[in-house]
Write a protein that binds this ligand. Structure first.
Ligand code: UDP
Length: 330
């Protein structure tokens, strides 16, 4: 069993990975500034409250823990916000990741797993997109993650004692099957969460951003992946590095695309609520279609998804939204 230091472990994806690490018997320490994360979301290990920009606190927390690997989730994640406020993204994503990597080099931490994104591809020329396809982000969020991938490639090339895996996430959704944890943002912008909160009456209507894309029904296509399958991808990447595997990059998706209208239909069916939907203009920075070719992670890491079904994703997210609503009221 290994010792894993997790930045952003109190956030949505990080907390599901901390859960998976803990359940697998690893020793975990979460480092999180709680800006979007929550203390209650950390189900295993301890939590050090700190910012990745605060180098001294970060270094102390890592040094005392002596990790075998670091998993780095702490980052900003909203495409539209990154278009409006790019420097906020370049500061927190690449600049603070650089801080972290320098600290890891000083402390000779040998392994790193990075939360990257399908947004590094921009608008892919071919679908499904492969890891070897060109990186051409069309928004600052994707560019900020691409920069970190470059840091990692250069660092691992320069140093024999450092290896990494970058996981390019497609559209992560869903929640813990027991509804202990799930997405909890002050201003949720992601489609499935917005749709379910609209069903719950927290928003008056769901807007569909763009109905004139060159897709079958005119709305954007995305590859939705359940957060617990994404968590198991991190454990597979960790096992790979612990076994001496080399640096690598993998897509994390199911290889199946759904349109915004498909998601709306599934959300209405599962909730049994015919919430209001309004057609709206395109949102800045959105590519028409993003679907993963996920054959590499399956073949190389033996990753086997367990929740590859849009309805299952939406059902777990719906169960969670109801628990969350009670949690926030009480
Ligand atoms: N979307 C939408 N209405 C919303 C939120 C999102 O139509 O309230 C669309 C968005 O334009 C994109 C897709 O849903 O085409 C997925 O967006 P999301 O923000 O969930 O994830 P992203 O792909 O930006 O990471």
């Amino acid at each position: 069993m290994a010792r894993i230091f997790v930045t952003g472990g109190a956030g949505y994806i990080g907390s599901h990975v901390v859960k998976a690490l803990g359940e697998a018997g690893h020793t975990v320490r979460t480092y999180d500034n709680l800006s979007t994360g929550n203390r209650w979301a950390v189900l295993f290990g301890d939590l050090v409250e700190g910012d990745i920009a605060d180098r001294e606190t970060l270094k102390r927390a890592i040094e005392a823990f002596r990790p075998d690997a670091v998993m780095h989730f702490a980052a900003f994640i909203e495409v539209a916000e990154s278009v409006r406020n790019p420097l906020k993204y370049y500061r927190n994503n690449p600049a603070n990741a650089l801080n972290l990597l320098e600290v890891l080099q000083e402390l000779a931490v040998p392994r790193f797993i990075f939360s990257s994104t399908a947004a590094v591809y921009g608008t892919p020329e071919t679908i499904p997109v492969r890891e070897s396809d060109p990186l051409c982000p069309i928004n600052p969020y994707g560019a900020s993650k691409m920069l970190v991938e470059r840091f990692l490639a250069d660092l691992s090339f320069a140093r024999d004692d450092f290896s990494y895996v970058a996981l390019r996430y497609f559209n992560v959704a869903g929640a813990d099957a027991q509804s202990r944890i799930g997405q909890c943002y002050k201003n949720p912008t992601h489609l499935i969460t917005r749709a379910l909160k609209t069903a719950l009456g927290e928003f008056p209507k769901l807007q569909v951003f763009g109905t004139d894309y060159p897709t079958q029904d005119g709305t954007c296509i995305r590859d939705y992946i359940h957060v617990d399958d994404l968590a198991s991808a991190h454990l597979a990447a960790l096992d790979h590095l612990l076994a001496g595997g080399g640096s690598d990059i993998f897509n994390c998706g199911y290889g199946r695309g759904y349109s915004v209208r498909d998601v709306v239909e599934s959300a209405k069916r599962i909730t049994g609520i015919d919430f209001t939907v309004e057609e709206a203009p395109r949102r800045e920075g959105d590519p028409a279609a993003l679907v993963a070719d996920s054959s590499r992670i399956t073949a190389q890491l033996g990753w086997t998804p367990r929740f590859a079904d849009l309805d299952v994703i939406i059902r777990t997210a719906w169960d969670w939204e109801q628990v969350l609503k009670r949690k926030l009221v009480s």
